[in-house]
Design a protein around this ligand. Structure first.
Ligand SMILES: *Cc1c(COP(=O)(O)O)cnc(C)c1O
Length: 357
């Protein structure tokens, strides 16, 4: 039976990425060696990093005064690297969920943090609005897509201070205006590559202002100066990321991705809104994520949750269990998820409704 992969992360990757990476694991760039066993400083591998950087810049229209880095440590290490590199006297954060909270916790080790808005009061089921960003903050940090709760800031916001964004789970899902951000970062394992590589897009002139000690590996400038080769970068995930970037180019780039993502999410939200057994946890369509779609059983139907999970599993749905802090279900509809998988889930929900009326 065909499997429909709705995992939140690590998550579905293009078949192209998987096949090309498998080939390079056996024979990389006709070297007769595996990509796992060649020097990261070999000309063949340096070419991989160079091309991945180039495609990153092309796909996201990244201006020349920005650097693209491929690091280890996951997005979670960035929670500390951001204040290490940018925190002078005060930072502002928007609290939109578990990942924001973790980022805030790290920033607090550096000094005053102004949490300008929070949706904690309603289990992070909406994006806070009408908050004020203090003009004297060194930077303002947002999590654009809240993977666990299924909310998303789907447009580039205006910020009077340098804007920093965790885009772990919506990078390359839509066009973005990079010039509005000082730093964009994320773990690759949601929409780009296997776990292990972390991307950072950083505006060069934002650096060099902090007065505290900055450990070498925590300093973005270290990695900019050595083009992500200060230490051994995660070579296999970078190789895989390059394949996804090529796939994105071939598919028409982020504009085309966005169209398909809007279509896929629309199919599923429409069914959730129509189906008498299910309801979305995020009510406001403006805040609904295009990447992680969370839904629960409607009132009076809570007892059917386990039955639906088993039914969906029998139809080939994988990874639709909601995060434990939300419950119910979460279907992640990343770039690589085909429309057919969303259609299959919608059909499964309709059949289940018929059988359980
Ligand atoms: C998954 C995720 C993280 C954590 O990423 P790691 O690479 O595991 O550290 C951080 N932020 C968001 C929005 C995520 O989805």
């Amino acid at each position: 039976m065909k499997k429909h992969n709705f995992y939140a992360g690590p998550s579905i990757l293009p078949q192209f990425t998987i096949e090309k990476t498998a080939e390079a694991i056996r024979n990389f760039a006709d070297t007769g060696l595996s990509v796992m066993e060649v020097s990261h400083r070999s000309k063949e591998f340096v070419a991989v990093v160079d091309e991945a950087t180039k495609l990153f810049k092309e796909l996201l229209n990244i201006p020349d005064n920005y650097s693209v880095l491929f690091l280890g440590g996951g997005a979670s290490t960035q929670f500390a690297m951001i204040p290490f590199n940018l925190f002078v006297k005060k930072a502002a954060y928007l609290n939109t969920g578990a990942w924001s909270k973790k980022a805030i916790k790290e920033a607090k080790m550096f000094g005053e943090v102004d949490v300008v808005g929070s949706s904690d009061d309603k289990n992070f089921s909406y994006i806070p609005k009408g908050y004020t960003i203090p003009a004297d903050a060194d930077y303002f940090h947002i999590t654009t897509n809240n993977t666990i709760y299924g909310t998303e800031i789907k447009h580039d916001i205006d910020s009077p201070v340098p804007l920093v964004a965790d885009m772990s789970s919506d990078i390359f899902s839509r066009p973005i205006d990079v010039s509005k951000y000082a730093v964009i970062y994320g773990g690759a394992q949601k929409n780009l590559a296997p776990a292990g590589v972390t991307f950072v897009i950083v505006r060069n002139d934002i650096l060099g202002k902090v007065t505290h000690h900055l450990p070498t590996m925590m300093n973005y400038q270290t990695h900019i100066d050595k083009e992500s080769m200060f230490n051994t970068p995660p070579v296999v995930p970078i190789y895989a990321a390059l394949q996804t970037l090529k796939w994105l180019v071939d598919k028409g780039g982020v504009e085309e991705m966005h169209k398909t993502n809007v279509y896929k999410a629309g199919l599923l939200y429409d069914e959730i809104d129509r189906n008498t057994l299910f309801k979305a946890t995020v009510e406001d369509s403006e805040d609904r994520s295009l990447m992680n779609i969370c839904f629960v059983m409607t009132e009076g139907n809570e007892d059917k949750e386990k039955a639906f999970f088993e039914y969906a599993t029998s139809k080939g749905m994988v990874g639709i269990k909601g995060h434990r802090s939300v419950g119910g279900f979460r279907a992640s509809t990343y770039n690589a998820l085909p429309v057919e998988s969303v259609e299959a889930l919608v059909a499964t929900m309709q059949e289940f409704e018929k059988e359980n009326r």
